[in-house]
Design a protein around this ligand. Structure first.
Ligand SMILES: Nc1ncnc2c1ncn2[C@@H]1O[C@H](COP(=O)(O)OP(=O)(O)OP(=O)(O)O)[C@@H](O)[C@H]1O
Ligand SMILES: N[C@@H](Cc1ccc(O)cc1)C(=O)O
Length: 455
């Protein structure tokens, strides 16, 4: 296995002092466990040796979600420091189902659904790394980013050729049942009433063999995953130790802490609380809203995990945020940065603009075209005929009767235009409130705001 030295120029501002990506990741709260011999990995990195890392996700949903971003952020930090990365979509493992962290067996997916999920997830992997690197470059224009290579693989590509008899004969004896039985994902399910199917029991063998395959064929030496993946990752390390032809470069596993909800549940698909990164499922604005609602206590932690904001700037941002927490400056910075990173430079700023308009911040100066673009992307642009009267528009928006609409206007709870002009009567023309002849901002009291494109 060839070890290549990292080009000096790839050492970025954040890592300049130590060549210590692992140290930075630890400080950012992105490391739960590193397998032994850890010091060997640390020394390699300190010497500037280039390594290759992989992380996998099963195609059990249409999209990756914010929980999946934690291991991907680890890959990303290594990537912008010049290391090579591989993402894996589990075309094979997705047919079997990972029991890790689950109390019950997964429902099998239809082939067509799984295949569709695979192509979507591969696209999300490549978009994520492209957007994140672009947003990194935009954020730190003076840093030279010599990112490593980024490859995307599907484990079905090698599993489809593996024959069961050959596998059992060649690898079976190297896989020890005792160590399989004691892994948390297995032992916890053996005690449960419904037990565990043979498919799920063998899952760790599949993931172990993936690591072995990538180690032998692609020079991958590190696997990253959530902490629930520790058992599967160490199964791979065991297998490599037993059968690899060249063990001069020992394999390693690095896990990230599991992002949990306030009730301690893993944030993800199974728990049904995921925020997805596919903009067709959750728009950048949805993601912005999720982060803007972060509690004060989590703002700094999430900035460390989900953004590239340097640690000293995070400290500064959090302490000035805590002086006036009601302004939610910390949450706004966090939300803007994450969305820029995941969806590409500028998308966080666009989402912030939508949020500012909807939640009543000063929005004068935004052009009609810009409003149409950002509200359309956020999926919250409404349309109405430019010949409609105010009463007709209200009937549509509030799904109310004509008399109810008129009553609302009389009550003085309707505000129009960027200047939020209160109206108390049907207006003869909406034109004075319309921005650039095409967009009307209409508010119901303080709570609701609508942006309408006039057609
Ligand atoms: N909440 C989370 N925090 C940290 N890592 C996570 C989280 N959710 C998933 N991951 C990690 O993302 C990687 C891919 O996960 P994958 O998509 O296969 O399953 P999942 O999202 O955990 O799905 P499920 O909820 O159905 O178990 C794994 O390494 C997993 O540990
Ligand atoms: N088991 C991982 C996904 C995965 C699949 C195959 C691998 O080789 C690696 C990771 C999970 O469910 O989160």
């Amino acid at each position: 296995m060839l070890l290549r030295a990292l080009p000096n120029k790839s050492i970025l501002r954040h890592y300049a002092t130590k060549l210590d990506v692992l140290g930075v990741l630890r400080e950012r709260g992105l490391i739960a466990q590193v397998s032994e011999p850890r010091s060997l990995l640390e020394r390699k990195l300190e010497r500037g040796e280039k390594i290759k890392l992989y992380c996998g996700a099963d195609p059990t949903a249409k999209s990756l979600h914010l929980g999946n971003l934690l291991p991907l952020m680890v890959l990303l930090h290594f990537y912008v420091c010049g290391h090579d990365i591989v993402t894996l979509v589990g075309g094979a493992t997705g047919m079997v189902g990972d029991p890790s962290g689950r109390k019950t067996e997964r429902d099998a997916l239809l082939d067509a659904t799984r295949l569709d999920n695979i192509s979507r997830i591969n696209k999300q992997f490549s978009n994520f790394f492209r957007n994140a690197v672009n947003s990194y470059k935009q954020k730190f224009p003076d840093s030279e980013v010599n990112n490593g290579s980024c490859a995307h693989v599907n484990n079905y590509d090698w599993w489809q050729n593996v024959k069961m008899l050959d596998f059992l004969a060649n690898y079976g004896k190297h896989i020890r049942i005792q160590s399989m039985l004691v892994r948390d994902s297995i032992s916890s399910r053996l005690e449960a009433r419904d037990g565990l199917g043979f498919n799920e029991f063998t899952y760790q063998i599949l993931q172990a063999y993936d690591f072995y395959h990538l180690y032998e064929n692609e020079d991958v030496t590190v696997q990253i995953g959530g902490n629930d993946q520790w058992g599967n990752i160490t199964a791979g390390i065991d297998l490599i130790g037993r059968i690899a032809t060249n063990t001069k470069n020992p394999p390693f596993g690095i896990t990230v802490p599991l992002l949990t909800t306030s009730t301690g549940e893993k944030f993800g698909k199974s728990a049904g609380n995921a925020v997805f990164i596919d903009p067709e499922i959750n728009t950048p604005y949805d993601m912005y809203q999720f982060f803007v609602n972060t509690t004060d206590a989590d703002v700094g932690r999430f900035m460390k995990i989900f953004t590239f904001i340097p640690l000293d700037e995070i400290e500064h941002a959090v302490s000035s945020h805590l002086q006036c927490p009601h302004l939610r400056q910390g949450q706004r910075l966090l939300a803007r940065e994450v969305v820029n990173l995941v969806h590409g430079p500028g998308k966080g700023d666009d989402a912030e603009m939508v949020s500012d308009v909807l939640f009543g911040r000063n929005c004068s100066g935004i052009t009609g075209d810009e409003l149409v673009r950002v509200f359309r992307e956020a999926g919250v642009l409404l349309e109405c005929s430019r010949h409609s009267t105010l009463t007709e528009i209200l009937i549509e928006l509030a799904q109310c009767s004509k008399s109810e609409a008129k009553r609302r206007i009389k009550q003085g709870s309707i505000y129009l235009g960027p200047e939020r002009t209160k109206v108390v009567d049907e207006v003869s023309s909406l034109d004075p409130y319309v921005i650039d002849g095409k967009v009307l901002i209409l508010r119901f009291g303080k709570q609701k705001c609508f942006v309408l494109k006039l057609c």
